[in-house]
Design a protein around this ligand. Sequence first.
Ligand SMILES: [Zn+2]
Length: 327
Amino acid sequence: MLENKNNQSVCGYCKGIESEVQYKTFDIFDNHFTINKCKSCNAYFLAPRPTPEQIAQAYDSSYYGEKEEKFSSPLVEKTLDYFRSGRARNVSKFLNTGAKVLDVGCGNGRFLKYLLKFGSFELYGTEMEGNSAKRASRVKEITLKTGTLNAGDFPDNFFDAVSLFHVFEHLAEPKETLETISKIVKPGGIAVFSFPNIASFQARFFKGKWLHLDPPRHLFFFDPKDFIKIMESKGFKTVKQHYFSFEQNPFGAVQSFLNLTTKKREVLFESMKGNKDYIKEYSKFNLLIQKLFFLFSMPFFAFSDIFSSLLNKSATVEITFIKKLPL
Ligand SMILES: [Zn+2]
């Protein structure tokens, strides 16, 4: 087998060995990487692949939040609940009573729980071991699998809906997971994905300092057009593409702009998560200025995201696929 000499730039999706460096990036632990574009499958991926130690460090308790919830501010959690509820409403429109729904990377399980506001469904979730999984395990309506989704975890054609909200880009074995998902969704069922849009205006403008690159947790990215081609090759049809996201996109612009002005990245975001150690060299005044920039620029970035979304160039995308019935 052909092996890349130093194994530094193997594609995270197709394992192709030929890629082109797009730009440099770095994480909050000051590890340095590049974003490469695979010449075989067009995936953009983080190179070199982060080590298990770097990954473990990035997912320690400060990622999921030390306390009961991920964010220290109740207002932020309230706002997130509002968006989870909206997602649940959208997904529920595709579901009949009793539908089986799997949320891969279900976090605290609140999206699944919100589904029950819109109907009676059987809920399943997977989540990696940690504080979020503990929170999800306390939701009694959810059948939770701790760990990754693997082939054979569920029978073929089992689910009416499988969702991955900002999860796909984290997967260690995305190709295998996509294969598994395409099997466990039943014909006529849906698969919903949201992920950062590497073809967005934000990605192209901010490059390595773009918030949604989120190294080293985000391992690879697809231009939505290429992702749709992959899903279509697996027997799915696109039923909905949604680019505008007040939850994800305006803040992406705010934080990425701030990243241009600070040595460290994601200072405001980490301060909102209560990561005091990370922000210790930034004065209260500096953080206040960053917060004010956030408050005053949000309406502008929300407005500009409406225009970006018309061109499919918003910072994130949500795509809903339906699995075609066998011929
Ligand atoms: Zn590839």
